[in-house]
Design a binder for this molecule. Structure first.
Ligand code: PRX
Length: 664
């Protein structure tokens, strides 16, 4: 189903002033400009003058085993980039740095939640990747086989991803916080042959037993032949491991050969699948390929973060289970040969200054995180960062949702000490790489605006009819292909065309509303479809609704994302129960339904509040009017109710909403 379904509403009606009441502009300082790789408009000009030539120059920064024949072949909506070229991603991320004499450079300063630490150089990482690549081969994985990865943030997750890339086996990383059910669906959709996981991961001092949780679903996954288990939280037997099928990581690598030559891959060979939520209940397997993807993640990482690989210590505080981790913890930073910090746990364990302690210890220069984290830090208070020496910081990044100007300015002042540019980066799982962001040495920043499309990116805001909006609000669209763009939805080419390319013919549209101000700056204002953004994570309303309806007591459910001060949006569920069931006032049933959703999808999808109602507001043709439910959930006056079949329903829902307990 495309985003152009019945309840796509006009872009939100707030004005730019609502967002941009901050009013200040932040041009690059002299110090920032002097240090910047780019301090003039040369990159924009080069891309405008010769778009293909520009991307070819970026691709040439990688090592290719064989040169490409064409830069971009575009048969709307299918693109091929650097077709005919051959390369290997793990070679570009590891071997070439080692061959250039940089094997001793740190790839990751890793810190576990309990405080254990590992420093891993490029040479060491290459060694581990080769061994694990051979271990995978030993389990029968060959080029083209899919490998599922369900792991905590430990170095082995990076090793597993790169080992897959080395032998040409596309990986499908499933966020460790997703439920076993979600893992099963993703394994089955991709027909993954091997699952790489761990005995457990640390979360706020407790062990999450990943393997044990996942083991029961393995009987429902016909394609899995072997499971590899990293020993992270224990040192003995792991319950439910089956001899022959399941193996310890350390046993496999001990026996594995130390050398594994990189598989020469076609530029358009599949590098990975990553599942993301859309407007339907079924997550989409987003396909990313090799040459274009690596070109653009390396390019954007270098220029948006103004990277100086020999001196920077870069920290992207995301999880490898999301696209941010793929592109900006693993592939971009390693392709650029930079040193990264990687952290396993939460920011408040054992205390609320954990991040700042880490930033101080490793002299972090560049921090990339999400507005939801920044808002949480604001809530905790500035004394936590103030207690640490953050003077090494010189650049801050934001991703995942619109950053409100207050959070931007707080980040700038309290983390960046008033000297670090804050780069707000807009992109998506589907785009693979950052598409809209400032260049820190060039762009004058406005808090809350992601500013301009990067060089080489064609973007326009359009109105309902698809006409370009020069000033004002509308739908954010892309007018040209880009190297890291998704190549499709796994197993469903038609859904790809319909989801992204049908709403505005000839343009890519994936659900965001945006406004253009009088200086041409872009302001993203959130999704205009049925996708919620909770703590920077995309969650489909339909997926949560399906999980609710799947509970035996639920007859019908409608879910909306309501504004939340910390998480951006919070999930509010409106539920009608089967045949006259009554709910008691203790919210026991509400809790049961919230738990049910968390168990079906994962804790991130747990509704904040469940409102029981006898009926949902519907149009005369029977469509649920989510707009009204959003108004109720956000405590607003109701808009136009003339199309409602029964106006009394909303008053009743509002009364119930006011009485419903909210979970923090
Ligand atoms: O709505 C946009 C929002 O996050 C969505 C993409 O989510 P996902 O595929 O999970 O990837 C998140 C990390 C890249 C977008 O459609 N979004 C992402 N970055 C921003 C943003 N909204 C506003 N400003 C941003 N900087």
């Amino acid at each position: 189903m495309s985003v152009a379904r019945e309840n796509v509403e006009a872009a939100p009606s707030a004005t730019i002033e609502d967002y941009y009441h901050e009013g200040r502009e932040f041009p690059p300082s002299e110090e920032v400009r002097e240090r910047a790789l780019i301090a003039d408009r040369s990159l924009y000009e080069a891309a405008d003058a010769d778009w293909e030539g520009f991307w070819a120059t970026q691709a040439a920064a990688l090592d290719w085993f064989e040169p490409w024949k064409t830069v971009c072949e575009w048969e709307l909506p299918f693109a091929k980039w650097f077709n005919g070229g051959k390369l290997n991603v793990s070679y570009n991320c590891l071997d070439r740095h080692v061959l250039a004499g940089n094997g001793g450079r740190v790839a990751y300063y890793w810190e576990g939640e309990p405080g254990d630490q590992r420093v891993i150089t490029y040479a060491e990482l290459l060694d581990e990747v080769q061994r694990f690549a051979n271990a995978l081969k030993g389990l029968g994985v060959t080029k083209g086989d899919r490998v599922a990865i369900y792991m905590p943030m430990i170095p082995e997750i990076v090793v597993a991803m790169l080992a897959c890339a080395r032998i040409g086996a596309p990986h499908s990383v499933v966020f460790g916080g997703f439920s076993p059910d979600a893992l099963r669906d993703r394994i089955n959709d991709a027909s993954a042959k091997v699952l790489v996981t761990a005995d457990g991961g640390w979360r706020r001092g407790a062990v999450v037993p990943l393997f044990e949780n996942a083991a029961p679903i393995l009987s429902d996954t016909r394609s899995i032949e072997h499971v590899v288990v990293v020993q992270r939280t224990g040192d003995g037997d792991v319950p439910l491991m089956q001899p022959g099928r399941d193996h310890f990581w350390h046993d496999l690598v001990l026996e594995a050969d130390a050398e594994c030559p990189p598989e020469p891959m076609d530029s358009e060979d599949l590098l990975y699948l990553l599942y993301t939520s859309g407007t339907t209940a079924k997550p989409k397997g987003i396909m990313h390929t090799t040459g274009g993807y690596l070109t653009q993640v390396a390019f954007s990482h270098r220029y948006v973060f103004d990277l100086h690989p020999d001196t920077d210590v870069y920290w992207c505080a995301a999880d490898c289970g999301w696209v941010t981790g793929h592109s900006y913890i693993v592939y971009g930073p390693l392709a650029n040969g930079c040193s990264s910090v990687m952290y396993e746990g939460t920011p408040d364990f054992p205390s609320k200054d954990r991040w700042w302690e880490i930033a101080e210890r490793y002299r972090v220069t560049t921090l990339y995180t999400a507005p939801t984290a920044i808002r949480t830090f604001i809530k905790w208070g500035s004394e936590y960062p103030r207690a640490h020496d953050l003077s090494a910081l010189r650049l801050l990044g934001s991703v995942g949702e619109p950053i409100n100007p207050e959070a931007w300015v707080w980040y700038w002042e309290h983390i960046g000490g008033g000297r670090c540019p804050v780069v707000d980066t807009w992109w998506q799982t589907e785009t693979g790489a950052i598409l809209v962001a400032p260049l820190p040495g060039v762009t004058s920043l406005k808090p809350g605006s992601a500013t301009f499309p990067l060089p080489g990116i064609g973007a326009e805001v359009v109105d309902d009819a698809g006409n370009r909006v020069e000033r004002g609000g509308g739908y954010f669209t892309l007018t040209r292909p880009w190297p890291a763009m998704l190549r499709g939805i796994y197993g469903d080419p038609e859904r790809y065309r319909e989801t992204y390319w049908s709403r505005f013919p000839g343009r890519y549209f994936a659900g965001d509303g945006a406004k253009v101000d009088e200086d041409g700056y872009l302001w993203f204002v959130g999704r205009v479809d049925d996708v919620m953004n909770v703590s920077g994570h995309r969650i489909s309303t339909t997926e949560v609704e399906s999980a609710l309806v799947d509970h035996p007591s639920v007859a019908e459910a409608a879910v909306v994302g309501a504004k939340d001060e910390t998480t951006g949006q919070g999930i509010v569920a409106f539920v009608t129960l089967r045949g006259g069931m009554q709910v008691d006032a203790s919210d026991k049933h509400g809790r049961e339904l919230r738990d049910h959703v968390a168990q079906r999808i994962g804790p991130i999808a747990r509704p904040k509040v469940v409102i029981f109602t006898d009926e949902l507001p519907k149009t005369r043709s029977g469509k649920i009017m989510r707009r009204l439910l959003r108004d109720v959930a956000e405590g607003r006056d109701l808009g136009d109710t003339t199309t409602l079949a029964d106006v009394g329903v909303v008053d009743e829902i509002r009364r119930r909403a006011e009485a419903s307990p909210t979970e923090d």
